[in-house]
Design a protein around this ligand. Structure first.
Ligand SMILES: [Zn+2]
Length: 65
């Protein structure tokens, strides 16, 4: 279930993780604690980024629904 993550367009780091939008599930909180996802918050809007760079914090890409 691990997707290939796109490199950060700002710093080219491949240390990027998917952003989990919406009310976090127990699994999402577990993954966030392990650094596998970033919790984006429970307010979901149009055009939310789908990926966050762990190196510089830049958010990019389109959220997958
Ligand atoms: Zn970056």
């Amino acid at each position: 279930m691990l997707d290939q993550q796109a490199p950060c367009p700002r710093c080219r780091s491949v240390q990027t993780v998917p952003i989990s939008w919406g009310m976090p599930t127990e699994e999402a909180e577990h993954d966030a604690a392990a650094g596998r996802v970033v919790l984006g918050g429970c307010l979901v809007g149009d055009g939310d980024p789908g990926t966050q760079c762990r190196a510089c914090g830049h958010r990019f890409g389109a959220a997958r629904s």
